[in-house]
Design a protein around this ligand. Structure first.
Ligand SMILES: *Cc1c(COP(=O)(O)O)cnc(C)c1O
Length: 350
């Protein structure tokens, strides 16, 4: 393979003079900050919100660098993973000319972001056991294919994609491989992060929205080569991560023990939920899950979904999604929530 970042990047991005913020333009320690038209008198809140936040979020990245074992200059932080996904399109895909490959059934945001950026989508379904169809992916690639999105563990199916197959794509595809590891904390399979240096075309997405319990903060992470991270930094909105998010994230990252305990509990509850679902005769198939949800194919899926809603229990109806026919996606809840879910499913079928 012959991956060359320069050949993939759009011309307008290569030639871009990025926005230069007030804080980018001096070196050293300032004590009288009169460069950014901030309110010098203060903020009505208890934190110094009158000052613009660090555009590169170095404190948060340093903390993450220690946790993830990845250098600070190989980390990008976005307003959710969704921002990283959008920036990838803007950096690499020429509207109306280039295309990307998606592997349904998978996370819906890749497709929406492609449409927003007017980038053509080539869909190659996963196999019936929700793995990569390597030959069909190879056949779908052409000279204008810029990115392939692989989600592992995959949403909405919950299974991990075989590592060997991901490596096959990484090694043979000259474009960017986006590996979305939003659910990696719940997986038996290990992250690709330790292998980042082996693959110059790999962009790994992770998030604080799931295992870290911070969906409302909106903090997504992308890990890649220094060169790719420089592209992200060049085109991102200057202050894309606000000060409240940076402060809270720093605080949260100190509490990794709590998060690890929740992960253990969630995985334990997932096992219990699956065991008890399997005892229900109308349950036809449960995809082995490496995530904090399970995809369950069962009889009368749509009717069950409506029944659960009427009881105030909201799961995700995936029954009309390709390869998920007749299936509902259920997030693993607290022990009490899971028992409520199970008893209402049984109630529906009696
Ligand atoms: C939930 C989820 C995300 C997280 O998105 P954020 O914008 O970071 O909240 C990313 N990818 C997948 C596959 C998800 O399911």
């Amino acid at each position: 393979m012959s991956f060359k970042l320069d050949l993939l990047l759009r011309e307008n991005i290569k030639n871009l003079h990025p926005y230069s913020s007030a804080r980018d333009e001096f070196d050293g320690e300032g004590s009288v900050m009169l460069d950014a038209n901030e309110n010098a008198f203060g903020s009505p809140l208890s934190q110094p919100f009158n000052r613009y936040p660090d555009p590169l979020q170095l404190a948060v990245k340093q903390k993450l660098s220690g946790i993830k074992g990845v250098a600070v200059d190989q980390i990008f932080l976005g307003n959710g993973s969704d921002e990283a996904i959008d920036l990838l399109f803007r950096a690499f895909c020429r509207p109306g000319l280039d295309n990307i490959i998606l592997l349904p059934p998978t996370y819906g945001m890749y497709e929406v972001s492609a449409h927003i950026n007017d980038v053509a989508i080539r869909k190659v379904n996963l196999t019936t056991d929700y793995q990569l169809d390597i030959d069909a992916i190879a056949a779908a690639i052409d000279a204008h294919t810029k990115m392939i999105f692989i989600c592992s563990p995959n949403n909405p199916t919950g299974n991990s994609i075989r590592r060997q197959d991901i490596e096959t794509i990484l090694v043979n595809f000259d474009g960017i491989v986006v590996l979305d590891e939003a659910y990696i904390n719940y997986s038996k399979q290990s992250s690709f992060l330790p292998s980042l240096h082996e693959f110059p075309n790999l962009v790994i997405l992770q998030t604080l929205s799931k295992a870290w319990g911070l969906a409302a903060l909106r903090l997504g992470m992308a890990f890649a080569s220094q060169e790719i991270i420089q592209v992200f930094n060049k085109i991102k909105p200057p202050y894309n991560i606000n000060q409240a998010t940076q402060s809270y994230a720093l605080e949260a990252l100190e509490r990794i023990d709590t998060v690890n305990e929740w992960i253990r509990e969630t995985v334990g509850e997932r096992t219990l939920l699956v065991e008890q679902l399997q005892l229900i005769p109308q349950v036809e198939h449960i995809t082995p899950s490496d995530a904090n949800f399970v995809l369950v194919r069962l009889q009368q899926a749509r009717a069950l979904y409506n029944y659960l809603v009427s009881k105030g229990i909201i799961v995700r109806d995936r029954s009309s999604v390709t390869l998920c026919e007749g299936a509902l996606r259920m997030t693993v809840g607290t022990p009490a929530e899971n028992q409520t879910l199970l008893s209402q499913i049984k109630e529906f079928y009696t």
